[in-house]
Design a protein around this ligand. Structure first.
Ligand SMILES: [Zn+2]
Length: 119
């Protein structure tokens, strides 16, 4: 079965694409890993000073959410729907977090908040 990658945490296990490429419409699914709800979290859980985050601001919302998620310890949003082998004490294993983030090809200067990690 084809899976899709979460643009926030890099988890490769979504059943549906989080956003349609052309229409930008969101799936309103929730990532079992970082618990971001596509189409909701960027507008309601990230304070960018907008009521509805414009499409071109989504990446900024993703970055903020990603940063907060990691700073809080990369807690697994839905442990029963996320592979057990990637979890440890309710959190995503450090090596798995790094593997997932690598998948997103993030610019390295966005990863300064990973300094506490041993990389
Ligand atoms: Zn995610």
């Amino acid at each position: 079965m084809k899976t899709y990658i979460c643009p926030i945490c890099g988890y490769d296990g979504l059943d549906a694409p989080p956003y349609e490429i052309h229409s930008h419409s969101a799936s309103y699914d929730i990532c079992p890993c970082c618990y971001f709800e596509y189409g909701y979290s960027e507008d309601h859980e990230v304070d960018l000073g907008y009521i509805v985050t414009p499409v071109d601001m989504r990446e900024a919302a993703f970055q903020l959410y990603r940063k907060q998620w990691i700073e809080k310890g990369a807690v697994v949003g839905s442990p029963e729907n996320y592979p057990k082998e990637f979890q440890e004490d309710g959190k995503v294993k450090q090596e798995t977090v790094l593997k997932q983030l690598n998948r997103l090809n993030l610019p390295l200067d966005n990863l300064t908040f990973l300094e506490e990690y041993d990389i």
